[in-house]
Design a protein around this ligand. Sequence first.
Ligand code: HEM
Length: 511
Amino acid sequence: VLKLYQHVIRIHDLSDLPGPPVASYIWGDIFNLKKAPAGTLWREWTKKYGPTFIIHEGLMKPMLILGDAKGATHVLNNTSIYWKPEIDRSILSLWFGESMLSAEGQIHAERRRRLNPAFNSQSIKQIAPILFDLAFRLEANWTDRLGSAKSVVVDVSGALQGYALDAVSMTMFAHCISTSEGPNSVKEMFKNLSEGPPSEDTIVNRLARVIVSMYPRLLAILPSPMKTWATTLRAELGKIATEVWDVGKLNEDVGGMDARILEVLSQQKKDGAKISKDDAVAEIVGLLFVGSETVANVIGEFLHELAHHPRIQQTLRQEFVDFEAQHGFPPSFNDLMASGNERLKYLDAVMMESLRCKMPVMDVQRVPIVEDIIPLSTPIPGRNGNFLRVQPGQIISIPLRDGINFDPRIWGEDVEEFRPERWLEPGTSERGPGLGGLLTFGDGPKTCIGRGFALAEFKIVVSTLVRNFYIYPSEDEPDIDFYHLGSNAVKPKVRGKEKEGVKLPLRIQRV
Ligand code: HEM
């Protein structure tokens, strides 16, 4: 009864906000939104209703879409008022165990403080040789695939997913995941979790989702393939962590790999902090998950964009050629990462434009735990004042991919165009909150801890691949759509072959 009462109050409170007519009184708009490729429905709604509007979850539960930059910054920075929704926290702790990803308040701050040293700039510099080795391995693999052929089609998405998983596992806990094989292997469990179960859109599945979103605690009781995969994954990673953690292999030579997470946690344990192996495993699984999906997808989509924009591809390649002609060697880690680097400024520009347009996370969600007033930069039509009052429990979605990063008020009328040159024009960095005016890495105390790591991976992989390969669309499968899948990441599927799952075929040819 209490839930129903809160439900009605929230509908009443926000009922005058603009928004699309609800698609179904039972299922709301969420199921349609999930089915629509990125760049379609969400952007259409923003164009029609402005940055702040209402859509509905199942049983008419209102969801506030907050694409207003000032409002989003307020929500993301006030972590004592705004928490992740209970359903998200339940899923995260069920999948990974109690980690930084599912924690709030003091516990979150404490867990984050523990992990910070593994992601500072010295750590990233220390692990950079491993990232280069992995990029060279990818290059060698593509060269093998080419054999004596002039060009060949490769699934870029699968290759990058493998790269990104190894990048986190080999640098953070000294283990190479891509060599694990078999139906219960770590690699397989990750693939299952990130793509989700085959999407059967049945009434039973929809009903289960609506009920679970109202009563997240049911998740612990109800059977689900995601839960089984996550349990297997935790058990497998537990075995690996035991080897390095309990058996004390941290200081041994681990085949050119590093164990930054295990090192920083075990050091803190020695200094008296209460950290168990299970804590370490939970942090590792969570990091592997959020740290690999995101990077693999943003680089994959960027290569897809290069395939369709030969001019951008050639300009970027020429920058590397000029660099090498001037220095006699390709860019090192320091060259790639130097800020304001005049000699590699187009690389910086394509990276920022990819982070703007190819954002792999659709949205971040929060719920106020007490009543609050959100300040807005753009007033809502028909309402007085530049603010919005929200009740405790109101789901707020901050749309990143198709929201703030695509707002013409911030980015100008050519916002839909992939145009790296906009980053070479003056004033870009003053456009809004976050890195370069983007909310791609979030904002506030929960902003992405792996941002530096992700930027290093992007530059290392892109410089290695673009220097060595021409990239073209695949003539047989030219149309790729990007969908918001089970794990909240945006992933590619071939148009007309969606049932074949995540795939990004591109043609490569040796330079
Ligand atoms: C292009 C790549 C990436 C993007 C776009 C991205 C995006 C984000 C965003 C938007 C958030 C904030 C979520 C929220 O506020 O609810 C976040 C948090 C996080 N990211 Fe990333 N991320 C990327 C790469 C990485 C990498 C490489 C790692 C680690 C190896 C990582 C680890 C994390 C962690 C642990 C959090 C949670 C931080 C916290 O709760 O304090 N991410 N990321």
